[in-house]
Design a protein around this ligand. Structure first.
Ligand SMILES: [Mg+2]
Length: 366
């Protein structure tokens, strides 16, 4: 079997606005449908682009530099192909590399007639979801949102706060008071604090029995993460955007800078490195909690990895209100028990909404 084609179909994606401090997105952007085709007729697909940046800027380098690496190769040589793609990371984005890797895993699943998590080796078939909050105006609004998801059966809620230590502590306190003791709460401070602030907020949310403390400091601040982790008992989780991807994780583990690793198929460059990150964590007895993937097929790919590793306990739903699910006939839904389940169709196992893609196609790039 040989790869004969790599193409990207750009189609319109109306993205609902979201904003938290410096991080904002929304408006009409382009989602990319990546197709890898083999001479046997087998195909694999992935979506390229997220709400904050559409597919457009990724496509040129992908076709210029990655396509020549693929055409003529056996699409099942995913490990060798990923390694070759990784060496192009200075000119090709990890999101683009990740999309090709996801498409190759989808193709392999189609060929085998198995879901990707079965190819990887299934560890679990259900996990609880957490609602990953919107940016809301005041503590009462966060408390309302958390109560809303609690009433739907969700077991966990993660706060994206304002990035101001005092305001953030007030938000966390209001949410804990609103939902009581049984809901699992996490705080994702999104790289907002200096060291001193990170200690103050960390101590406050320890007292509120929060489950994890995510990205309080900038992603390059390993020295201060080491100090912070020595001071706090609450588990710290970072590496969502740690420089170097898989290979950057080693120093976080070696320096004891975080309690849990983090990753997703978009930021790390695909299923192949994400599984390796999870295994690295597992060898050290650490969790690898998977971040959302920014588009619907990336989230499906993340879900497969979640089911195929022994050390991811939660599935992130962001935005929690379900906005920006797009491009699939049916998307991942959380049930009344607050759970999501392992896909059972071959490959990614979720059906692309082909009429929607066709209706909204802007350009097919080859
Ligand atoms: Mg985060």
């Amino acid at each position: 079997m040989k790869i004969t084609a790599l193409e990207v179909t750009l189609f319109k994606w109306p993205v609902e606005p979201w904003s938290a401090g410096a991080m904002t997105f929304g408006g009409d952007i382009q989602l990319g449908l990546v197709t890898v085709r083999a001479d046997s007729g087998a195909e694999g697909h992935a979506f390229l682009g997220g709400p904050s940046q559409g597919a457009g800027p990724h496509v040129g380098p992908l076709l210029d530099r990655i396509k020549p690496l693929l055409v003529g190769r056996n699409p099942l040589d995913r490990g060798a192909i990923w390694k070759a793609m990784w060496f192009q990371k200075r000119t090709v984005s990890l999101r683009a590399i990740g999309a090709v890797d996801v498409a190759l895993w989808d193709l392999a699943g189609q060929v085998a007639g198995l879901p990707i998590h079965r190819l990887l080796g299934t560890c679990q078939t259900e996990v609880p979801a957490y609602a990953s909050s919107a940016w809301l105006r005041d503590p009462a609004a966060y408390a309302e949102e958390a109560k809303h998801f609690h009433s739907l059966g969700w077991r966990s809620y993660k706060i994206h706060p304002h990035g101001d230590p005092q305001a953030d502590i007030a938000i966390c306190r209001a949410v804990r008071e609103a939902v009581g003791e049984e809901m699992v709460l996490m705080l994702d401070s999104m790289w907002s604090y200096c060291y001193e602030e990170s200690v103050r907020v960390g101590r406050a949310i320890e007292d509120l029995d929060f489950f994890w403390y995510e990205d309080p400091l900038p992603e390059e601040a390993i020295y201060n993460y080491v100090k912070l982790r020595q001071k706090l008992d609450i588990p710290i989780i970072c590496t969502e955007f740690a420089p170097g991807g898989l290979y950057g994780m080693a120093q976080w583990v070696e320096q004891r800078a975080t309690d849990m690793l983090r990753g997703d198929v978009a930021v790390c460059g695909g299923i192949t490195p994400l599984v390796r990150i999870a295994h690295l964590a597992d060898a050290f007895g650490m969790k690898c909690e998977i971040h959302h993937g920014g588009n619907s097929l990336n989230n499906v790919a993340n879900l497969h990895v979640t089911m195929a590793i022994p050390n991811c306990d939660y599935y992130e739903v962001f935005p929690a209100n379900g906005a920006n699910k797009y491009g699939l006939v049916e998307d991942i839904e959380v049930d009344e028990h607050g759970l999501v389940y392992a896909p059972e169709g071959p490959g990614l196992g979720y059906q692309i909404d082909w009429p929607l893609v066709k209706e909204n196609t802007i350009e097919v790039m080859r």
